[in-house]
Design a protein around this ligand. Sequence first.
Ligand code: XIL
Length: 313
Amino acid sequence: PNNIILRDLATPRFFGAAANTSWLYHDKNYTEVISKQFSIFTPENEMKWENIEPEPNSFDFGPADEIVSFAESINAKMRGHNFMWGNQLPPWVNTSLTATELDRALQNHITKVMDHYRGKLYAIDVVNEMISDNTPNETFKDNIWTQKFGEDAVPKALTYARAVDKTPKLYINDYGIEGINSKSDTMYNVVKGFLADGVPLDAVGFQCHFGLNQVPTDLQANLQRFADLGLDVAITELDINLGAAFPGNATALAQQAQNYWEVVNACVSTNRCVSVTVWGVSDDHSWIPLGNPLPWNDIKQPKPAFFAIADAF
Ligand code: XIL
């Protein structure tokens, strides 16, 4: 295992992780793994609105800067995450602003963050989790953005982002769109409409938070239909939650490994799939409690999933 470097095996694609300043430099073994294995990072929380602009026009870039500098130091890329989401918003955004005020706040937020990171972001999840879970009855989720802007919300964010900087790849990112289903059909129609209308969009991110043995068999076909629209696609937040099989006997860990293989293989089989990012690194620091969903265990040893990823790349 000591000479298996996933970032090298992934080339020309990127292999990534959600990075978190709670452990970067503070947990030695974590830092060792992320220094060696990954070629792209997404800040797990540090660029979210509540953290980076907690008060109106008052920005705290410190924690996100730490991850960006770390990435630069090991010649890895960065994915920004995110600008428009219903969660992790500070109260001042989520309440009481008029539509005009919220519009100004959104444009200012996108402009200041993109200006600060000019030249440093390979991609940005401009839009996160905005497609409804109640498709086809409803297209977009009910949150502050759609309450104030209706169907204009998502195009607004993309348009503001492109106006600041043409270089980063602009993404719409979501969960539940990995297989061919009603939600991914809705996403497909939305992005197809954007392309027809000239709304700036470069790519779609597929989160891939799965339970054990829940990888859709049509994942590759689904990635392909989006790629065929002329968009990049990426696996942005992969983890495989063991659920009832926690903490995971040998059989469960082998199934988990097989599931990781399926996802990475779907990306590798899709020309325009540019990256696979896992949502965390080791089980002890995952956002999912009691799920052991990641390729490294609590003591940062590679699990069967690690070798399956290597095999698939
Ligand atoms: C999660 C983080 O991992 C947690 O630390 C935080 O408490 C909540 O958000 N979809 C996303 C990510 O787009 O931003 C979420 O990250 C996980 C689900």
